[in-house]
Ligand binder design. Sequence first.
Ligand code: G1P
Length: 294
Amino acid sequence: MARMTKRVRKAVFPVAGLGTRFLPATKAVPKEMLTVVDRPVIQHVVDEAKAAGIEHFIFVTGRNKAPIEDHFDSQYELERTLSERGKSEELAALMADLPRPGQTSFTRQQAPHGLGHAVWCAREIVGDEPFALLLPDMLHFGPRPCLCDMMEAYALHGGNHIAVAPVPADQTHLYGIVGVEDKTAKVSRVTGMVEKPKPADAPSNLHISGRYILQPDIFAILERGERGAGGEIQVTDAMKNLALSQPFFAVRFDGTIYDCGAKIGFLLANVAYGLARKELAPTLRCELARLLDT
Ligand code: G1P
């Protein structure tokens, strides 16, 4: 049982998706590189993982995702130019974001068999230790990074953890939905999980919001390649199976979640993150008010 409280050092980021909902923007640019204000979506999510103490960042990529690798690498010419021009603030900001050598790994999901399959592709790099899983589409915006709350809950309870938040009943078919022992608690035991249920089959209104802490035993279950909703290998199904032998906890996220896989979520994220920047907020607020008035 010592495994249950092993430190979470690694995080997996599945970034192989095609981003068809954002065409033509995503024809030559990975959807994870679209920017929310001035940081790519994937950088926001890596920031969250860093804040929670993650030391190794594992990206499950696919064809045409090279810009993500380049983004997390040093850019010698740019760094030298900034330095020569005395742009020390810009250079310092760039260097602060740069992972240390050896802190990133990239592997490829060779075929689109679903999220569970993407996670399974990271098994060799994760190895036999618990890991965090962060879905880059879902930006968690709030006073405290979501994964920090989860790390705290994990330190207390061990086992497996899923971030959850309420969704309207007519949206349950878009997400994994969990049932919990106590809907009002910040951390509660999970009593059921269903991937993309109709409202009538949903065990609650709490959706899986794209942040997980999982024990490595999930890989043996994913290895079986069983297909679920949409004919894909689903993480939710593998978790349901793992829950037969290990505890699962839901950690409620109290901020706002922007689903940047959808246009409206992406647009709202840009407004919310823009309003949170003090150099942009006053003008943005005025301009938004003006637009809404006309
Ligand atoms: C995945 C998960 C689902 C979760 C969702 C969050 O679905 O399978 O359980 O609620 O991410 O975005 P996908 O968005 O890949 O269809």
